[in-house]
Design a binder for this molecule. Structure first.
Ligand SMILES: *Cc1c(COP(=O)(O)O)cnc(C)c1O
Length: 405
């Protein structure tokens, strides 16, 4: 069966050029870049080149990059560094729609006695900037915000917030895991202090990430050990993967225009076709958004069932809700946006990339209406050609039921 992969925000395929560049570092080029002999030297030179390639994509100095094992490690490193270098400050600010790498850390820090403010978003998923401004205090150690939301693609004005924080002497970190390679980034021209990225979201392998740390910013390492990464992250460098990330960064820079023309056009055509299905709506701002992502709700059916049927037809997508312990909890992102329950439940995320084609969009636009119609036929909230009127619904006698109450 043919696969149509519309889940590029979850992970991407390793580019063949990336793999090809990596392979020699598993065999002949196995030296430790810290070694004094020539086997180390040749690898150290390759790492220097890879670091320059990533720095070019971000518009920063090579020395401002610290390699990590993933986006999550980059996020953890940034948060802990900001707090440990400012031990007198006990307040941090983040948003209600962050990735779990930030949300769960913030929750943990709260248990440790830190005060955490989670700034809200509006119905379009845009940041409540005035709420954020009001929350800044002399006790604030860190503001950490997503650049691009992984579920909706909505962009936050992180450069504006970074400027605001800079004026007040507050450290600003952005989780840019979804933004890198999809929108232009020039860190030199910004006041961003730290930025997280993950290789596997831009066609490098899983298991390599990086953290940008602005030159001159006080930094406390998360991984304490050897002198690697300028003493900022101990552990022998993951040389094949760092080389792969370098090539992936070069390719991402070259393909950035394509993301914003061809891939965006595919996304827009797919979205427009899906919106012809009755009771379908897009979640998230339509223009202040990544070029590759759409989050769509098909009301009165469940996201999980849609994914199951899509997968059966060869289409890979993601759900906006996570099924936890048997109870279907809608996504925290859609809840923060105030998406109605019936819509949040039937939401799915489609995230495209440079590997997708026009044919795939055509094929998906044939499959989707059939899947949605079939599921609505089975839905207790759907009768004939429309939703069941509220008066016709039977209460399910569960006092906690979010649909009945
Ligand atoms: C994928 C993702 C992460 C986590 O990256 P890993 O490499 O899987 O740890 C963090 N933040 C965002 C926004 C992501 O999309």
């Amino acid at each position: 069966m043919r696969t149509i992969y519309f889940d590029n925000n979850a992970t991407t395929a390793v580019d063949p050029q990336v793999l090809e560049a990596m392979l020699p570092f598993f065999q002949g080029l196995y030296g430790n870049p810290s070694s004094m002999h020539h086997k180390g030297g040749e690898v150290a030179a390759a790492l220097r080149q890879a670091r320059q390639q990533l720095a070019d994509l971000l518009g920063c100095e090579p020395g401002e990059i610290i390699y990590t094992s993933c986006g999550t490690e980059s996020d953890n490193t940034a948060m802990w560094s900001a707090l440990r270098t400012q031990p007198d400050k006990k307040h941090l600010i983040t948003s209600r729609v962050e990735h779990s790498a930030i949300i769960n850390n913030a929750a943990f820090l709260r248990r440790l006695g830190y005060q955490v403010t989670e700034v809200g978003v509006d119905r379009d998923g845009l940041l409540n900037l005035s709420q954020l401004e009001k929350a800044l205090t002399p006790d604030t150690a860190l503001v950490s915000l997503l650049w691009a939301n992984n579920e909706t693609g909505v962009l936050f004005p992180v450069e504006d917030v970074a400027r605001l924080c800079s004026e007040k002497g507050i450290v600003f970190h952005t989780d840019a895991v979804q933004a890198v390679g999809k929108i232009p980034i020039n860190l030199k021209a910004s006041k961003i202090d730290m930025l997280s990225l993950a290789g596997h979201k831009l066609h490098a392998p899983k298991g390599i990430g990086a953290l940008y740390v602005r030159k001159g910013l006080k930094f406390a390492p998360f991984m304490i050990g050897g002198h690697q990464e300028g003493g900022r992250r101990g552990g022998t460098e993951n040389t094949p993967y760092i080389v792969g990330l370098g090539v992936a960064a070069r390719l991402a820079g070259e393909r950035l225009p394509e993301e914003n023309t061809r891939v965006k056009a595919l996304r827009d055509r797919l979205e427009a076709g899906l919106l012809k299905i009755p009771y379908a709506m897009v979640n998230g701002h339509r223009t202040i958004r990544l070029p590759n992502t759409t989050n769509i709700s098909f009301e009165y059916i469940e996201g999980e069932s849609i994914l199951f049927h899509l997968s059966h037809a060869g289409i890979c997508a993601s759900s906006g809700s996570a099924c936890t312990s048997g109870s279907l909890e809608p996504s925290h992102v859609l809840r923060a946006m105030g998406v109605p329950f019936t819509a949040a439940h039937g939401s799915i995320r489609l995230s495209l990339g440079v590997t997708n084609t026009d044919d795939e969009v055509d094929e998906a636009l044939k499959i989707f209406p059939e899947v949605v119609a079939k599921l609505r036929e089975l839905s207790p909230f759907w009768k004939d050609d429309g939703p069941v009127q509220e008066s016709e619904l039977l209460s399910c006698e569960d006092n906690n039921c979010q649909i009945c109450n």
